[in-house]
Design a protein around this ligand. Structure first.
Ligand code: 16H
Length: 258
């Protein structure tokens, strides 16, 4: 079984090494497999998704869902970004060292624990959305590669952020704990692959990263539906645009992370 650990620095070369098991290994395995199985299904022609925003290659969809007056709208977005690999996109999404450089919806982000080289636990405080109470979240964040059958393809990459509890992050009123299951899945396409003897000689301009982003957020308590939906409609497209631009800018002059 091939498991690639995430590595410490954005500049280091990834190495193949097994990741030791820990208390969340089984849960993480189950949630990751669910995302890989369901998120990549192209179900946009099925009438279940409503287009929320579109900008170039980026399309953001939602499904209206309420439970006891609480908005739970599942969100799904696809994007296609030139000149970057899925490894690069996932690495920058996962790396706490650069989070506040691209995140526009947080007051703070605190890493509570490193469970392994590929799994961190965070407590984040989200910017307050008037007139609702402020929300925080506590979640594990896991990154991994998913190898392809064809040796000429680059691996797919996935990051999952999934709510959990942690002794170092008790819920402190009046803060409300929001819950989420978020995944970013990236697949890299190489244009004119046959022109290059090996992957390491492919230039950036021949890379296209296909991104799928899904988010199920439970605000954890009542918040006005119209306000919440307005925030989601504004923030998810803004995040996708800003974050992908950030990765393009950051990697432009760096060697390609395959
Ligand atoms: O995915 C994004 N950011 C991740 C890295 O900071 C964290 C995210 C997450 C979200 C909630 C819980 C766990 C993990 O994966 C970019 C998200 C950009 C759009 C955010 C929209 C608003 C998020 C709602 C949070 C609380 C609800 C507030 C209700 C008043």
């Amino acid at each position: 079984e091939r498991r690639v650990a995430a590595f410490e620095s954005l500049t280091k070369i990834p190495e193949l090494k097994p990741v030791p098991r820990h208390r969340l290994s089984d849960e993480i395995e189950k949630i990751v497999q669910e995302h890989l199985k369901f998120d990549l299904v192209d179900d946009f022609n099925s009438n279940i998704w409503e287009l929320l925003a579109a900008d170039g290659e980026m399309k953001v969809y939602r499904r209206e869902l309420e439970e006891n007056g609480i908005v739970l709208d599942p969100l799904k977005a696809v994007h296609s970004v030139k000149g970057v690999t899925g490894h690069e996109v996932c690495k920058y999404f996962w790396d706490p060292a650069v989070r506040m450089e691209w995140e526009g919806t947080l007051d703070s982000s605190r890493m509570l624990e490193a469970l392994s080289d590929d799994t961190l636990i965070f407590n984040q405080v989200h910017k307050r959305v008037w007139p609702a109470a402020q929300r925080d979240t506590c979640f594990w964040s896991h990154i991994r590669s998913v190898s392809k059958e064809n040796k000429n393809d680059l691996d797919d990459w996935i990051v999952v952020n999934y709510s959990t509890t942690h002794d170092s992050a008790p819920i402190k009123e009046p803060m409300i704990r929001a819950w989420a299951n978020v995944a970013l899945i990236c697949s890299t396409i190489i244009l004119n692959r046959d022109k290059y003897a090996d992957l390491s000689s492919v230039p950036r301009e021949n890379l296209v990263c296909k991104i799928t982003y899904v988010a199920q957020v439970n605000p954890g308590g009542w918040a006005p539906a119209n306000v919440l939906r307005a925030v989601y409609k504004r923030e998810y497209p803004k995040f996708l645009k800003r974050f992908t631009q950030y990765v393009m800018d950051k990697t432009k002059k760096l060697p390609i992370l395959l």
